[in-house]
Design a protein around this ligand. Structure first.
Ligand code: FES
Ligand code: FE2
Length: 362
């Protein structure tokens, strides 16, 4: 079961909807597939293989001559929002070769995120991108932390990091570090949703003394808590924390919490783009400053946490450059979910190259 995994037949987030304003050209490599994306004049997102059909020039390096008339920067072939070539400047007779077009990539925009499918287009209809209902719920608000972050590490290393809170101490010692957190019993859940396997952990705890940063967000010292971390597909991990004052679990009147959405979009086997977005119910204010939103405090404090995780991921990735030479990775009890996640991605990758392969290498 390898860590150096790359799944192509999956939905990956290219970014939040607001990253794609009208008139902007967006080039991005997703799972080794170069893509060009833009918002067409009618508001729909469109996406294509970024390679100009003439000489592979990335059309994302071109420009719009007018809305939905994209000119390649090299010899000036022009494409419309269906990807069809509609102009060949070097053909004075106006003739356009019938095969001259950009190849479309399956694309979905939902819950304020733009999703692309870099793999076999024929397989895209069998799965749906995971939903993020809080992003389209008017009772919630969303904030981005750090924007699109290029991380020089395989995306699986981030997924494993997110499914493992035992690293809060020592990696995040001094901010979200909380050794008690690591000792809460874990239940692992897995299944298939929207055509894609998922796996994650559930941590339930009663009479839990919150660390100071959570008491600041939620306003309670001692809580009953429901805390989940789920890889919902290869491109998204969802973290949800729900807390109630001790003894009041399930009472919506006093519930507080957040949802953290991590999108991890592979570029190739050693790079990915990480995007962290947080959502909280509107009106959740800081304990120390009731005029300040808890989500604002979260956005201010989390860049340091992210920097610590990136510090670790980059160093882990570099260790893959050396021959194993007898190295054996040890899985601990809390690693159950991340081991299952690795298994899921390995199976998905193998199914792309050899659909008949069973679990022989596991
Ligand atoms: S490579 Fe695009 S027009 Fe020639
Ligand atoms: Fe972390």
């Amino acid at each position: 079961m390898k860590a150096n995994v790359l799944v192509r037949n999956a939905w990956y987030a290219a970014g939040p909807s607001e990253a794609f304003p009208l008139g902007a050209l967006h080039g991005q490599v997703v799972a080794e597939k170069p893509l060009v994306l833009w918002r067409a004049g009618d508001g729909r997102m469109v996406g294509f293989d970024d390679r100009c059909c003439h000489k592979r020039m990335p059309v994302s390096a071109g420009r719009f001559l007018e809305p939905d008339l994209l000119e390649c920067a090299y010899h000036g072939l022009c494409y419309d929002a269906t990807g069809a070539c509609v102009r060949v400047p070097s053909h004075p007779d106006g003739r356009i070769p019938p095969q001259a077009r950009l190849r479309p990539v399956p694309l979905v925009e939902q819950d304020g995120l733009v999703w692309v499918w870099p793999g076999d287009p024929a397989k895209a209809a069998g799965a749906r991108p995971p939903r993020v209902p809080e992003f389209s719920d008017p009772g919630w608000e969303r904030a981005d932390v750090g924007g699109a972050m290029a991380v020089p590490a395989n995306a699986l290393l981030l997924i494993e990091n997110l499914l493992d809170i035992t690293h809060f101490y020592p990696l995040h010692d001094g901010n979200i570090g909380d050794l008690e957190n690591s000792r809460i019993p874990i239940t692992v859940e897995e299944g298939v949703r929207d055509g894609t396997p998922f796996v994650g952990t559930v941590r339930e705890v009663r009479d839990y003394r919150q660390p100071p940063y959570l008491a600041e967000y939620f306003g309670y010292d001692v809580v009953d808590r429901h805390h989940t971390h789920f890889m919902l597909n290869p491109g998204l991990t969802r973290v949800q924390m729900r807390v109630w004052p001790a003894g009041r679990q399930g009472d919506p009147a006093v519930e507080r919490g957040y949802v953290i959405i991590h999108t991890h979009t592979p570029v190739d086997r050693r790079n990915h783009v990480w995007h962290l977005m947080v959502a909280m119910p509107k009106g959740q204010m800081c304990r120390s400053d009731p005029a300040k939103k808890a989500i604002t405090a979260f956005v201010e404090s989390f860049p340091k946490v992210i920097a610590e995780d990136r510090w670790a991921l980059e160093r882990q990735q570099r260790m893959f450059d050396y021959p194993d030479d007898g190295y054996v990775e040890v899985f601990l009890r809390p690693d159950t979910a991340l081991r299952r996640a690795r298994l899921i991605l390995n199976r998905m990758e193998r199914a792309e190259t050899n659909p008949d392969t069973r679990d022989a290498a596991e």
